[in-house]
Every structure is written in structure tokens, then in C-alpha cells.
Write a protein that binds this ligand. Structure first.
Ligand SMILES: [Zn+2]
Length: 52
């Protein structure tokens, strides 16, 4: 089952595992929201994951 994290800007990161989707959303934050990348912990990202 795919995992997704929806960013506040509307971007949706997808992955096949928790690690995949966290890697994807962090790559997006690094380019679009560098301040957010610092502020959001891995535990927060885990809480944002939705399983589709
Ligand atoms: Zn975003």
C-alpha cells in the first residue's frame, strides 16, 4: 500500500514505505520550505503519513 504525505502547499509526496515517503517529503521541503525542514522532526512526519 502506498503512503502519502500532503504538504501544506498542496504537494503530495508518495512512497512505498514510511522511509520512502519521508525521504520524498524532505526532498520537497529542502527545495521549497527549507525553514520547515529544520522545524519538523521525523516523528512529526510519521504522524502526517496517510496510507492509501
Ligand atoms: Zn510544500
Amino acid at each position: 500500500m502506498a503512503r502519502t504525505i500532503r504538504c501544506e502547499c498542496g504537494y503530495v509526496a508518495r512512497g512505498d514505505s514510511d522511509d520512502d515517503v519521508i525521504t520524498a517529503i524532505r526532498a520537497h521541503m529542502r527545495t521549497d520550505h527549507p525553514a520547515l525542514l529544520e522545524a519538523v522532526a521525523r516523528e512529526d512526519l510519521l504522524g502526517w503519513i496517510q496510507v492509501e
